[in-house]
Design a protein around this ligand. Structure first.
Ligand code: MG
Ligand code: FE
Length: 192
């Protein structure tokens, strides 16, 4: 019923970068916000995975799979940024997510406890599933907003997250058994 549009520059208009485009639909605004969240998530993922890979010594298969996923994760962050740019979004502030990444690294990457490889596996396995949920949400939001190219980028990323989660699922038992076996040998370092 209300046919009055909020005039540009009105105090009612939120001054967030994602709402600066007049006429931006609600779905598009949410999509942009969630893409920003996904970018921050990928920056965190890269920091976490780099921390794990750098310290792993006795689990070469795990280390090399993580290194492969670091390469994928960097491209994912770039692709999410390009999705935002394709929507006309300002992405200059995206670099400011470094603080969050550092907090995550301290929570996960800085673990110095005896079972570091196990805690890292727990964190990594959980993180991949959070990413799977995030891209599933983004695909639906992108389709709802009519952003089919963004949906297909998110589909590709989702596939990479599912592959990483599946790899971890298939190899976690082996990592745990190797960790426990190394613990049995006196003087052998098993924690990573
Ligand atoms: Mg990712
Ligand atoms: Fe991932």
């Amino acid at each position: 019923m209300n046919t009055n549009f909020t005039p540009q520059g009105s105090p009612l208009e939120r001054k967030t970068p994602s709402s600066m485009h007049a006429g931006m639909s609600h779905a598009r605004k949410e999509l942009a916000d969630w893409l920003r969240d996904a970018h921050a998530m990928e920056v965190q993922a890269e920091a976490m995975l780099k921390g794990q890979a750098a310290r792993l010594e006795h689990f070469p298969k795990l280390k090399s799979r993580i290194e492969q996923h670091i390469t994928e994760t960097r491209r994912q962050a770039r692709d999410v940024e390009q999705c935002l740019q394709s929507m006309g979004q300002d992405t200059s502030a995206l670099k400011d997510t470094g603080g969050k990444a550092m907090a995550m690294m301290q929570a996960v990457g800085g673990i110095v406890m005896g079972d570091e490889v196990i805690k890292g596996t727990l964190a990594g396995y959980s993180f991949e599933h959070m990413e799977i949920a995030s891209y599933t949400i983004l695909i639906a939001a992108a389709e709802a907003a009519g952003e089919h190219e963004i949906a297909s980028v998110c589909e590709r990323i989702l596939g990479e997250e599912q592959a990483m989660a599946a790899w971890l699922s298939a190899h976690t038992g082996e990592v745990v058994r190797q960790y426990l076996a190394r613990e049995e040998i006196p003087g052998l370092d098993s924690k990573r």
